[in-house]
Structure formats: C-alpha cells, structure tokens
Design a protein around this ligand. Structure first.
Ligand SMILES: [Zn+2]
Length: 451
C-alpha cells in the first residue's frame, strides 16, 4: 500500500516538470500528490493485467452513470484518437530520452497500449525578456525540438511513427498501422522578432502556433501576465500589429491559430482576425473551473461562430479549482511535520515519509482531486453550449497535465469509457477524439490554398 502510494506520488512528481504551464511542483498541487491511494485505486502506471489502464474501464465513473450494456472497448479501438498537446523535453530523442520507452507520460509503447493513435508533439519555448539574445535562444530551442521530432520519426522509429503534414496524412498513417506525430509550436515568441522563422517552421511540419504563453509577447497579451517580466495587465489590449501579421501569414500557409494561454481579448480578436477557424489546443471551461487559462462562455461562443474547436485539457488546476481549505490543510500537514514546500517525499526518512503520505491521502479523501469524470464535465458543458462539432480532447502530458484516471497515455481508454457511460454515441465520440480538429485543419488547408 505504502509502496504503491509512494510510487504513484513519485510518478506524479516526476511528471510535474511543469515547463509548460508553470504549475509549481509542490506536492499538494500536482496531480501526483493527489494520486496516492486517493480512493483505493490501483496506482497509476501499474495497470491491472488485462485492463487498458490503471483503474480499468470507468475508473472515474459514478455509479449513476453506468452505460446501458454498451461495450466501450470497440468504440475506443475504432476511434482515431488524437491528443492535441503533448510536451517534450529539450533532450527528447537522445540517449537520455528514448521516445519508445522513456519515463514520460507519453512514449510510443504507452501510446500503443492505450490506443492513442496520434499526438501533436509540442515545440515549446518559455517566455523570457524580449532581447535579441533571448529571441535567438528561443529560436535555437525550437530548432532543437523540431530536430528531435524529426529524429524520432525518420531515424529512430520510422516503422512505428510518422509525421503528418496534412490532415489527410493523419488518417492515412493511422490506417497503415503506425502512430501519428504532428507538430504544434507553443509560444509565437519562437517565430522571431519579425516572424522570420514562420515559413521555415511550416516546412519543418508546424501546423499550429499558440500565439502566446505565460507572459505577454510581441504578438499578443497572455491570460497570465508575468510580473517578473515587467508585464502590465494588458500590453497590446489583445493582438498587436505584428500578431495580426502573424495570423495572416499562418492563414496563407495553412497553420492553425491557437488561442490557449491567450488573454480573453486576444482570443476574441483571433477569432475575428483569422480567415480560418482557430483552435484552443489545451484549455478547459471557465464556468466549470474558474481559472484564467480556461475559456468563458463568450469566448467559447466566438470560437463556435468562427468554426473552431476547444480541446478540453486534463490539467488538474484547470479541471478542478482547489478549494482554499485544501491548500490550508496541506500547509498544516507540512508544518506539523516540520517540512517546507515543495516536499520531496522520496528524500524523507521513512517514518516522516509515511506520515506525510498518510496525511496527503486523508486530504485527498476529503477534497478529491480531479478525475476523468471531472474532465468530462467540461466536455459536457462545452458540448451543451457550443455543440458537439466544436469540442475535442487534450492531455498536456509532459507539461503538467494528468488527472486521476488519465495519468498517462496508457489510460486513454478511460476517457472514451466515460463518454460512452454518459451516452455519447460512437459517431460523436469520433468527432471529439479527432474529427473536429481534423475538420479545422482541413479548413486551414483549404483557405490557405485560396489566399
Ligand atoms: Zn501550455
């Protein structure tokens, strides 16, 4: 029990590199710390034999939502499942991080085991002070990640995974029995001070660009300004002239515009400025969990009117807001043991470690962490508000994502099973898993051909 709890906790902490979304690697707030024996579930990463993932079908399903005799397994197997946001480290596809079986939430073996057919691997660069040197570093880091994805698909595992350059490629590659990689760029900062890299990135396979990340950039305002970068609340009041030029060029090339991480004004302007439908590659619903990274109803409706899609994300903090009582209980637990956050349980003496993990378990019992049911609550809300044609799914694995029941790619079936349990027909599940995003991608291609 304790060993399993610790394994789960350590797994979760390891996941929380948090480069992407900047979630602190504190035990109390990572999906990890929430994992230990929260409800007597099998530990993440140790799926029961014969089950597609830890917890098996419906790990996060309520008793009230039992499906009416529908076997979800063929529905999952038959759907082309696409995760629109998977982060990779800078040393990806080197001896240190083997894409096949590295200790990451997504690797090629886990994709196969979980029936995850396709993923956008992310060329992410963090926002820094906008100096010429830092711009050059951002472009260099982006190049490093492009190179890594190319090595994975052309040198290391060409027989297992292929890079898709067009929406049609995704379906063709999957039909041929291989995994599908696609590329998204997270943070338009990587495009350079005058967008000089954009066309080249398209040639390298980039098919969406997240305009902005945490902290404003020269293209647009962020949902989360960063005081340490000198950010004011709104620098451009939405999208800058340079940002508008970037969107025009992306439309001409056939690169999807991504509004995740954008301020509300940025997002609304993007839906107006873009000639093609826009995406939110990894965001959830503000009305369900009030977080700056989530989209409010007005933004979701604008996304619908623009023909776009929101890829609901399995990121703990965005799926379920932490009640202040829970944070207080974590602080009290740490204080009672004389610990300073962030706590690394593995580094504690055994007695103290067990006391800490018992405390976390009790806290999780009182304030349960986000699970697959909570995730699908966001999907339900978005479908109700903007329709089944405008909703998709993402994990943000490798960037801080992961919730109970979907802690890594092996547990992907649990998401499908919850959708089945709630009565979504197979045709709708296929739309949510990839059909909608591929429609938007095709629209971007069609409009690029006309411009
Ligand atoms: Zn992100």
């Amino acid at each position: 029990m304790q060993r399993i709890a610790l394994t789960a906790l350590l797994l979760g902490l390891a996941l929380c590199g948090c480069a992407d979304d900047g979630a602190p690697p504190a035990a109390g707030s990572s999906p990890a710390a929430n994992t230990p024996a929260a409800a007597g579930e099998p530990a993440a990463g140790e799926p029961a034999a014969g089950e597609p993932g830890a917890g098996g079908p419906g790990a996060g399903r309520s008793a009230a939502a039992e499906p009416a005799g529908i076997d979800p397994r063929p529905i999952h197997a038959g759907a082309l499942t696409l995760d629109s946001h998977v982060d990779i480290p800078l040393d990806y596809a080197t001896a240190a991080v083997d894409p096949l079986d590295a200790e990451e939430q997504v690797n090629l073996l886990k994709m196969v085991e979980g029936g995850l057919d396709a993923a956008f691997f992310i060329v992410y660069v963090g926002q820094t002070q906008r100096t010429p040197e830092n711009y050059a570093q951002a472009s260099a880091d982006a190049q490093t990640k492009f190179d890594a994805i190319r090595r994975m698909t052309t040198e290391l595992y060409p027989e297992r995974i292929t890079l898709a350059y067009r929406a049609d490629d995704v379906e063709r590659i999957a039909a041929e029995g291989r995994l599908v990689a696609a590329i998204g760029i997270e943070n338009g900062y990587a495009l350079g001070p005058e967008l000089g890299e954009l066309d080249r990135y398209y040639e390298l396979g980039a098919r969406y660009v997240t305009l902005v990340h945490n902290g404003h950039n020269d293209l647009a305002d962020s949902a989360q300004p960063r005081a340490q970068l000198g950010d004011v609340a709104a620098e451009h009041g939405g999208i800058s002239e340079l940002g508008a030029r970037a969107i025009r060029r992306m439309n001409e090339l056939g690169i999807m515009v991504d509004i995740s991480h954008a301020s509300k004004q940025t997002a609304l302007e993007a839906t107006q400025l873009s000639a093609a439908p826009v995406i939110a590659s990894h965001s959830s619903v503000r009305a369900v969990a009030n977080h700056a990274r989530n989209l409010d109803d007005e933004t979701l409706l604008a996304l619908r009117d623009n023909g776009g899609v929101v890829q609901i994300v399995a990121f703990e903090d965005y799926v379920k807001t932490e009640p202040p009582e829970r944070a207080a209980a974590m602080r009290a637990l740490e204080a009672s043991l004389g610990l300073e956050p962030p706590v690394d349980p593995a580094a504690l003496p055994e007695e103290q470690r067990f006391a800490f993990l018992r405390g976390v378990r009790d806290i999780n019992a009182q304030w349960p962490p986000a699970n697959v049911q909570d995730l699908v609550d966001h999907i339900d809300y978005a479908v109700e508000l903007i329709g089944i044609d405008h909703v998709g799914i993402s994990s943000d694995f490798g960037g801080g994502g992961g919730i109970i029941g979907w802690t890594d790619a092996r547990e992907t079936p649990n998401v499908t099973y919850e959708l089945v349990a709630r009565g979504y027909p197979e045709e709708e599940i296929r739309k949510v898993w990839s059909g909608n995003l591929l429609r938007v991608w095709r629209e971007a291609e069609r409009i690029a051909a006309e411009l």
